[in-house]
Design a protein around this ligand. Structure first.
Ligand code: NI
Length: 144
């Protein structure tokens, strides 16, 4: 493990509060306490991004076959995500394009996309994920 040094500027009061906790917790020095704090910060951020709500657009192209249409319908009904809308375009005599808008858990959306990809007859699948923007109401918090 390579250790890197870096300099950080912080308000004096913040550093005093930090040092007080470092002492209370019995750390030998600031460095290990900062490493622990960074690990906690990272795992918290990972957890938040894991749970983040997502809107997604799932675009699929397939040959129109009744059996596949039924399986597509079933996959969407069974998925634990909110199917917001579904647009079906008959792009040619044989082929259809479907744009499915989804809202919900990132993991569940990924599972539905995988399930659809695996269906026989699906020729093209693209999933676009977007992290939900914060709503206006929740945007009045204190910013640093
Ligand atoms: Ni069609």
């Amino acid at each position: 493990m390579v250790l890197k040094r870096f300099g950080v500027s912080v308000p004096e009061e913040l550093l005093e509060q930090f040092d007080e906790i470092v002492r209370q917790k019995g750390y030998i020095g600031r460095s290990e306490a900062i490493r622990d704090a960074m690990r906690g910060y990272i795992s918290q951020a990972e957890l938040e991004s894991e749970q983040a709500g997502t809107v997604a657009s799932l675009n699929i192209v397939y040959k129109h076959k009744p059996r596949l249409m039924n399986e597509l319908m079933k996959a969407q009904h069974d998925a634990h995500v909110n199917v917001v809308s579904s647009i079906h375009v008959h792009v040619s005599h044989s082929h259809c394009l479907e744009v499915i808008t989804l809202k919900g858990d990132k993991h569940a959306i990924g599972k539905l996309a995988d399930k659809i990809s695996g269906l026989k007859g699906i020729e093209y699948v693209r999933l676009f994920n977007f992290v939900l923007p914060e709503s206006e109401e929740s945007d009045h918090g204190h910013h640093h």
